[in-house]
Design a binder for this molecule. Structure first.
Ligand SMILES: O=C[C@H](O)[C@H](O)[C@H](O)COP(=O)(O)O
Length: 229
């Protein structure tokens, strides 16, 4: 499996040009990208990156990938990130690693977003992977009830779980909580995205729609390009 992630990461690296301002994703696949990028940087490639999490920032620093912030560099050329699911029209579910808010801000600030993944991430419709929803800790219960309500109006039901790590609530880099929503198949991700965005306690959700331009999907001895080449 790691080999496939490396293959996808290498395909994305081919799209990186000297001088680019990069968004750098989070997760095990994005970390393979950081590793191959670092090799190229050591060989003389000049890029600057905005990391989408503290975890990615730490790896970039360790491997010598130069970093900046969105405040210093508010417009990026290219973001490269993994995904938990890749569905129709390159709609994504992200946030399995809890980085969805920064990932979405960085992707939205980028001219182009490339997703890298192994073929197990491709789905016919989104929702097999529980949808991560980042919420403010204040009013958690009320926010969960509001999520249940809007989901039900869209015909979606399923357990909502506050994510935990080591027996304690998982806290994101932004200081929020994550609610994982096991709705199953989401027939209308767009409607769900709009409904979730209208709930005040929801900070952001893991539906990435109209953000990814291209996916490099590794499997069966090849790396397939999905979307714009
Ligand atoms: O918050 C985490 C991110 O959205 C990741 O891109 C996503 O969870 C995929 O991670 P991995 O490459 O480890 O499957």
């Amino acid at each position: 499996m790691r080999e496939l992630k490396i293959e996808a990461a290498r395909a994305a690296l081919d799209q990186v040009q000297d001088g680019m301002r990069l968004g750098i994703g989070t997760g095990s696949t994005a970390e393979e990208f950081v590793r191959v990028l670092a090799e190229r940087v050591a060989g003389g490639l000049s890029v600057i990156g905005v990391p989408t999490s503290e975890r990615t920032a730490a790896l970039c620093k360790e491997l010598g990938v130069p970093l900046t912030t969105l405040d210093e560099t508010p417009e990026l050329d290219l973001t490269i990130d993994g995904a938990d699911e890749i569905g129709p029209e390159l709609g994504l579910i992200k946030g399995g690693g809890g980085a969805l808010l920064r990932e979405k801000i960085v992707a939205a600030a980028s001219q182009r977003m490339i997703v890298i993944a192994d073929k197990t991430k491709m789905v016919e419709s989104l929702g097999r992977f529980p949808l991560p929803i980042e919420v403010n800790a204040f009013g958690l219960r009320a926010t969960v009830v509001a999520i249940e309500k809007v989901a039900k109006e869209l015909g979606l039901e399923g357990p909502l779980a506050v994510r935990e790590r080591d027996g304690k609530p998982f806290v994101t880099d932004g200081g929020h909580l994550i609610v994982d929503a096991s709705f199953g198949r989401i027939p209308d991700p767009r409607a769900l995205a709009i409904a979730l965005n209208a709930i005040p306690g929801v900070v952001e959700h893991g539906l990435f729609l109209d953000l990814a331009d291209t996916a490099f999907v590794a499997g069966d001895g090849q790396v397939r390009t999905v979307g714009a080449a």
